[in-house]
Design a protein around this ligand. Structure first.
Ligand code: SDX
Length: 437
């Protein structure tokens, strides 16, 4: 009967090794026994950008890139997006089960009572320049929360951890709203604990002189659905940052700030802002073929296209595209949608993109919806970060509870010089002249 093992012959020594295969993987540490002699460190794996390296075991989010499948704790994203609220999904990600009605009521009340920011944090945010990028404000302010809650350092106490998790999920929208109001020169609006999570966020964003903000139910539902779609996504760049920084037992605020910093990159969560810049650059539907030609010639990328894991249509992009139509019925159609649809139509027929399995990802249509709702492009990645706080914290907690995990510290392949004799300052020829001789 076939064994779940891998037999390796080291042709340098004619030695044979048999390694166990578990969950479709071999343990990299099992390679270290493969040596050419007693002084040999042993074999490592070399995997820049972790293209083919599992860093952990996880039961939070499952993705099948070839089939375009995404599930949170086993539930298809399509069912969760259609039937849950974001807080329900955040509970699922963190606790592993969908909440009962009583659990959800208690969870929502807990979150609602932690949305207020310490005045020291509000004053901290007033210090940013008027044109500060909201992601810079978010990353810095989440880190600053660490200075207000020093007890968060005790990451081994589950109750204390949960308290910080609730604070972070609750305060992310409050920080985001102040960043938005700051960019507009508007005074900040305090949270209204009578409103739901997303409606309260909209109130903190857009309430002006009215006694109580009333959110448009279609827009509130659309934003809540977008939060669900952005809540987690397995071991992406920012989740990896969360796990890596968290593995040093850094407090959850500084760790979440590190993850948010990774998300800000234009190849990751910053892509939704970059998509709008790309659509603005294209300008009109008739300019799409020329833009696609430029990308195929290697000049830039189609932002919002492609994915490390999905080699099929990102299931989130499909749902976002449907959500766009509902939003536009309220806000009026965003002209950029026609450019985006034409870009998708041409790209999906073009062999360059087909061969590379490049499809629209979560960022391709989300920005168009956010812009139609009234958000400026600089806010788009902040809107990605708010729900992803729940996913990052679920990944962080799973890492802390995993007995196999320890401080993350990869190895390297040395390509530098062998040992060199030290040269005192007055004996150093410049690198240029020594190259000439
Ligand atoms: C997110 O990991 C996650 O799960 C992330 C995320 C999440 O929810 O956390 O899903 C969110 O980050 C979505 C991705 C958003 N980023 C973008 O839309 C930026 C544009 N996309 C690309 O930069 C790229 O597709 C990545 C970064 C998303 C994936 O890059 P990979 O897996 O490293 O692929 P690659 O760069 O090795 O590309 C393979 C080939 C290359 O061509 P060749 O060298 O083989 O000729 O495909 C080309 C690339 O040039 N390519 C693209 C392209 N993406 C890849 N060509 C044109 N346009 C693109 N968008």
């Amino acid at each position: 009967m076939a064994q779940d093992t891998l037999t390796i012959i080291d042709n340098r020594t004619q030695q044979t090794y048999t390694l166990p295969i578990e969950n479709g993987a071999i343990r990299a540490m099992d390679l270290r026994q493969i040596k050419t002699g007693p002084d040999d460190f042993g074999l490592m794996t070399y995997d820049p950008a972790f293209m083919n390296t599992a860093s952990c075991r996880s039961s939070i989010t499952f993705i099948d890139g070839e089939r375009g499948i995404l599930r949170y704790r086993g539930y298809p994203i399509e069912a969760l997006a259609a039937q849950c609220t974001f807080l329900e999904v955040a509970y699922l990600l963190l606790f592993g089960e969908l909440p009962t009605e009583a659990e959800l009521t208690r969870w929502a009340s807990e979150i609602a009572h932690h949305t207020v920011l310490h005045t020291a944090i509000e004053k901290f945010m007033e210090g940013f320049r008027y044109n500060a990028h909201p992601m810079g404000m978010l990353v810095s302010t989440v880190a600053a929360l660490s200075s207000v809650y020093p007890e968060a350092n005790d990451i081994h106490d589950p109750e204390n951890r949960l308290h910080q998790i609730v604070r972070l999920i609750a305060k992310a929208p409050s920080i985001a709203a102040i960043a938005y109001r700051h960019s507009k020169g508007f005074p900040c609006v305090h949270p209204d604990s009578e409103l739901g999570y997303t409606e309260n966020f909209m109130s903190m964003l857009w309430k002006m002189a009215e006694p109580k903000y009333v959110a448009n139910p279609v827009l509130a539902r659309a934003l809540d659905t977008l939060f669900i779609l952005h809540a987690d996504h397995e071991q992406n760049c920012s989740a990896n940052a969360m796990r890596s920084v968290g593995s040093a037992h850094t407090d959850p605020y500084l760790t979440t700030a590190a993850a948010a910093a990774a998300l800000a990159g234009p190849l990751h969560g910053g892509a939704n802002e970059a998509v709008l810049q790309m659509l603005d650059e294209i300008g009109a539907k008739q300019n799409v073929p020329a833009y696609v030609k430029k990308v195929k010639a290697g000049h830039g990328k189609l932002m919002g296209f492609g994915h490390r894991v999905y080699k099929n249509y990102d299931p989130r992009a499909k749902i976002i595209k449907q959500t766009a139509e509902q939003v536009f019925e309220v806000t009026g159609r965003n002209a950029k949608l026609d450019i985006a649809l034409e870009l998708e139509r041409i790209a999906l027929e073009d062999d360059y993109f087909i061969k590379r399995k490049l499809y629209p990802n979560v960022d391709f249509y989300s920005g168009i919806i956010y812009q139609a709702m009234g958000f400026t492009p600089k806010m788009f990645t902040v809107l990605f970060a708010i729900p992803r706080v729940a996913g990052w914290l679920a990944q962080w907690q799973e890492m802390l509870n995993d007995p196999e995990q320890k401080i993350a510290r990869p190895r390297q392949i040395w390509t530098g010089p062998e040992v060199r004799e030290f040269a005192p300052l007055n004996k150093r020829a410049s690198a240029a002249s020594s190259r000439e001789t």
